[in-house]
Ligand binder design. Structure first.
Ligand SMILES: [Zn+2]
Length: 485
């Protein structure tokens, strides 16, 4: 039996707009329940929605970023279903005419770049949130603060063939949305949600069968998504061997992922499209958008995306894959690096310093680079001191710590403390000779081939110079002097 894993993703991204999709209520996460509501987002009779133009602009920008075709007429539809946190009994969404279609993203795989097609991107509103409190009374409550929040739903083609590829696609999408300031894409607070559709194409004796599609919900981390896909791969293989269920006979069903056990559990049979009784939203007009409008958004808002930035950085500065992936993981970090490197004689060293020392400070303090208190030019200057051999790497770390405390440049600290490395050969030679005079035993040991004697003498030389001597030169002069003794 041969089989192929087939995965399609449906991603809901809550946009970081100031107001909700169809009313003027503030669009924020959390807060006092039911404090940001109005008759429109509560679905009260007689209330009329109006479209937030920023929702349309965001969808167009997302379309540009994913190489999608953007439709010139915006049409909204009602998608009917009953749920306590959906007070209208329908959700305003887009059915047959999504704003974007036919897009794609490239992802990195072990065998090279792979194109994942995007079937559609459409706009819709979020529902409220049901809270089931397991207190003594087992009460349920509804918070409508989220009701009417602006969402984009992105549907990938079933081009993904492993858990790793799914995670690569989602990471890439999340990076793009963050770069463009469209959304924080935070899985914990629900601004980035993903449902996974998984099934197998089984090949037996030259005939292909498709197993029933499992739609997995309640996935709250990339780790869970990968684990759920890997679990489903095994479960569906076993189910095929035992029951030979096919997509034609059984269709789709919904499963929930249980993080603790790492398994998926059946929840319900999937609704079919007709269950939603879609029809055009009569309270919203068709909106026409022309090429000028669409192009204008691209010109104003489409900045260089992470994939392109990675290619450019490698080319421009000769950085490694690892360097560029980390530097482009956050657009503000990338900007910091680009500002630091403008006047740098050794861009690779600047990158190393940012990726090791600066990032470790950010991680320790749990802050973003925007909150980091040293200007990029301070890092450039510090690295220039190392490149010119004026201070050692070890000394630079001490200077860096003091720079952060005092928020002053490296040159101030180095000149105040006279930290510049001693590279004067005459001065070094004097110190080397002193050490040799004081340690005749070490010279003997060295002559007997004991290498550790060199280390000991170097230690003495560094100690005498309070660590300021250029160690490379000192080592050279020590070896020269030893050969003359
Ligand atoms: Zn409202």
């Amino acid at each position: 039996m041969e089989y192929k894993l087939v995965i399609g993703l449906e991603i809901h991204i809550q946009l970081g707009l100031k107001t909700k999709a169809f009313c003027g209520c503030k669009n924020e996460f959390g807060g006092v329940p039911n404090s940001r509501i109005c008759p429109i987002c509560l679905g009260l009779p007689g209330s009329l929605p109006s479209v937030n133009v920023e929702l349309i602009n965001s969808a167009i920008l997302a379309g540009h970023a994913t190489n999608s075709k953007i439709r010139h007429v915006v049409k909204f539809d009602r998608k009917h279903y009953y749920y306590p946190d959906l007070p209208k009994g329908y959700q305003i969404s887009q059915n047959d005419k999504p704003i974007c279609e036919g897009g794609s993203l490239l992802i990195e795989t072990p065998s090279g770049l792979k194109k994942i097609n995007i079937i559609r991107i459409h706009m819709e509103e979020d529902s409220g949130k049901s809270l089931h409190l397991l207190d003594s009374e087992n009460q349920s409550y509804i918070d409508f603060n989220r009701s009417g929040a602006p969402l984009l739903e992105i549907v990938s083609a079933p081009d993904i063939s492993s858990g790793d590829e799914a995670v690569a696609f989602l990471s890439s999408l999340r990076e793009i949305f963050r770069y463009l300031d469209l959304s924080e894409c935070n899985m914990e607070n629900g601004s980035f949600r993903c449902d996974v559709n998984v099934n197998l194409i089984v090949r037996e004796s030259g005939v292909e069968y498709k197993t029933p599609i499992a739609e997995i919900k309640n996935l709250n981390s990339f780790k869970s998504i990968k684990a759920a896909i890997e679990y489903e791969e095994l479960r569906q293989q076993e189910e095929w061997v035992q029951f030979r269920k096919t997509l034609d006979s059984c269709g789709k069903h919904t499963r929930g992922f249980d993080d603790k056990s790492g398994t998926t559990v059946i929840q319900r049979d999937k609704e079919t499209v007709s269950d939603y009784r879609y029809f055009q939203e009569p309270d919203l007009p068709l909106i026409e958008i022309d090429d000028f409008y669409i192009d204008n958004i691209k010109n104003l808002k489409l900045i260089e995306l992470p994939f392109d930035a990675r290619v450019r950085l490698k080319d421009q500065y000769g950085l490694s894959d690892f360097d560029v992936i980390t530097l482009t993981s956050d657009k503000h970090l990338l900007r910091y690096f680009e500002e630091a490197v403008i006047n740098a004689s050794d861009p690779k060293k600047v990158a190393n310093w940012i990726l090791s020392e600066v990032l470790s400070v950010l991680n320790d303090k749990g802050i973003s680079v925007l909150e980091f208190n040293l200007l990029p030019s301070y890092i450039t200057e510090l690295v220039e001191f190392i490149v010119a051999g004026k201070i050692s790497g070890k000394m630079a770390k001490k200077v860096f710590s003091e720079m952060m405390i005092r928020e002053v440049s490296a040159s101030v600290i180095i000149s105040e403390n006279q930290l510049e490395q001693v590279s004067d050969k005459f001065v070094i030679k004097q110190i080397v000779l002193e050490v040799l005079n004081e340690n005749p035993k070490s010279i003997e040991l060295y002559k007997k081939g004991k290498d550790h004697a060199i280390k000991f003498m170097m230690g003495q030389i560094m100690k005498k110079s309070s660590g300021k001597i250029n160690p490379v030169l000192a080592n050279e002069i020590l070896l020269q002097s030893l050969s003359n003794v």
